[in-house]
Design a protein around this ligand. Structure first.
Ligand code: GLC
Length: 482
């Protein structure tokens, strides 16, 4: 019997199949397992799917930690901590503090007959589209914190390599930029959506991850670490900004629809000069039916009203969403269940970019055609953040039934990377099979839902000090949720 099948909503046989996918994905250096590769699909050209992606490993880590398998997670974290962009060997190496999207083990036969396994990391210098993984280091911090919480190995953070990596990352992520905002300015394709999709500037997915990454960091830093205060100040400003300015619900749409434009000065009602007529009709219809969610992006004359699942779910488990916002989000998911959830996972983004928008914003990307892949495709890996958020929002039973429904389907289809179509019913046209984070998400979600008393090492509890500081920084606004 598989360790994970103690979860009621996961059949023993299916759990064993998922476990096999996860274990077969082991990436070894010598005798040590240091990660999991993204997919083991015999048919397709592997491209970089035979590398260990840092973001994908977060899901593997959630599955391993759920059954107290700590060694592989510790090895992964230390391996990534020791990688340095300067080793890329370029005249313009990536910034120190950037962590790679993925890494591989290259067998190296020395001239003297010796052999040793070397690591080859990709910071974007080899990636399709040469995209920089802004999210990797944030995932890494989150996994460190989850590992420490689950294993109780508090000393791990004092390990010199780990401590130095944490400090490098924070120094880089807290550095001033050409910015007026506490959010991170990020380039296109810099996270799970690692291709052009109009997701640049201040995309919510990355901002939510930044918030939880900073929360994790503030727990990991020593009491007297000078970085602690900077992390806290940024958390407060970021939390205030995201909670207030990205949130969309019926009351907020009513306000935006009546915004004045062309204001100048410090006290503006519409600081981003949003043009009310740019709100699409579907958004008005959606929100009129209740619930709420965090918008996809915010910038000058730009409110991207697309729904991005990962950021919204992380906002709930990371305590960025207030309890009222978390309830409103699950109300929205319930009202629009057919649009957002299928039998196979959750839509990564909704609705898709179509027609001229698709052509211009994706550069005519044939993999991201409407209702496929990142552009309205359905991702089973989202079952894990969905389960984590549902536990936090008290919507456990609703999500349990989704996990129960999708498990046999995913197993039958051999654990596809994503599904296509408005309701996620077709295996993604270019999806990999035996995709590791698909199987790992099923195991991790089932473990979370199976035992609600077992702590979720990736979730964050209410923090009085942080909440009081965010509340003090928040101006009064009529119609705010929670
Ligand atoms: C694709 C996805 C990316 C993922 C990688 C490995 O590139 O867009 O998010 O990390 O595959 O699974």
């Amino acid at each position: 019997m598989s360790h994970w099948s103690r979860a009621a909503c996961l059949d023993d046989e299916i759990a064993s199949q998922a476990e096999k996918v996860l274990r077969d994905a082991s990436l070894r250096r010598g005798n040590e397992v240091i990660g999991t590769i993204a997919a083991r699909d015999a048919i397709e050209d592997p491209l970089n799917y035979d590398e260990c992606f840092v973001r994908d490993f977060a899901v593997s880590a959630a599955a391993f930690l759920a059954v107290d398998e700590f060694d592989v997670v510790r090895s992964f974290l230390r391996t990534v901590a020791a990688l340095r962009p300067s080793e890329v060997g370029s005249a313009t190496p990536p910034a120190d503090g950037l962590m790679p999207a993925s890494f591989a083990v290259a067998r190296h036969d020395g001239a003297d007959g010796s052999d040793d396994d070397r690591l080859v990391a990709d910071y974007g210098q080899r990636a399709i589209g040469r995209v920089a993984p802004v999210d990797s280091a944030l995932w890494w911090i989150l996994i460190v914190r989850a590992y420490v919480r689950a294993s109780g190995d508090a000393e791990f953070v004092r390990d010199e390599v780990v401590q130095a990596a944490l400090e490098r990352v924070l120094a880089f992520y807290l550095r001033e930029q050409f910015e007026m905002l506490p959010s991170l300015l990020v380039p296109d394709g810099s996270s799970m959506i690692d291709r052009r999709m109009g997701v640049y500037g201040h995309p919510f997915d990355v901002q939510a991850l930044f918030f939880v990454g900073l929360r994790a960091a503030s727990e990991l830093l020593g009491e007297d670490d000078p970085l602690r205060e900077r992390v806290f100040e940024r958390l407060v400003a970021l939390g205030r900004h995201l909670r207030d300015d990205y949130w969309l619900d019926r009351a907020r749409i009513e306000t935006i629809r009546r915004y004045p434009v062309e204001e100048f000065g410090e006290a503006q009602r519409n600081p981003w000069n949003l043009h009310p007529d740019a709100i699409p009709v579907w958004t008005m219809a959606w929100l009129a039916e209740g619930g709420g969610y965090f918008a996809g992006n915010l910038g000058p004359a730009r409110l991207d009203v697309r729904f991005f699942a990962l950021g919204n779910l992380l906002a709930v488990s990371g305590g960025l969403a207030t309890p009222a916002q978390a309830t409103a989000l699950f109300e929205l998911i319930g009202v629009h269940e057919r649009d957002l959830l299928g039998d196979t996972g959750m839509k990564l983004t909704y609705p898709p970019l179509e027609g001229r928008d698709w052509y211009t914003l994706t550069g005519s990307d044939q993999k991201n055609v409407p209702w496929s892949y990142h552009n309205g495709g359905t991702w089973p890996m989202l079952l894990w953040p969905l389960a984590s958020a549902a536990r936090r929002a008290g919507c456990h039973a609703f999500v349990e039934s989704i996990v129960e429904r999708s498990a046999p389907r995913l197993a039958r289809d051999e654990w596809p990377e994503y599904y296509d179509g408005p309701y996620g019913g077709l295996i993604g046209r270019r999806a990999r099979l035996r995709q590791t984070w698909t199987a790992a998400a099923m195991l991790a979600a089932a473990a979370l839902l199976g035992d609600p008393d077992d702590p979720d090492p990736f979730a964050f509890e209410h923090d009085d000090e942080l909440e009081a500081a965010i509340a003090a920084a928040t101006p009064d606004r009529v119609g705010r949720v929670g």
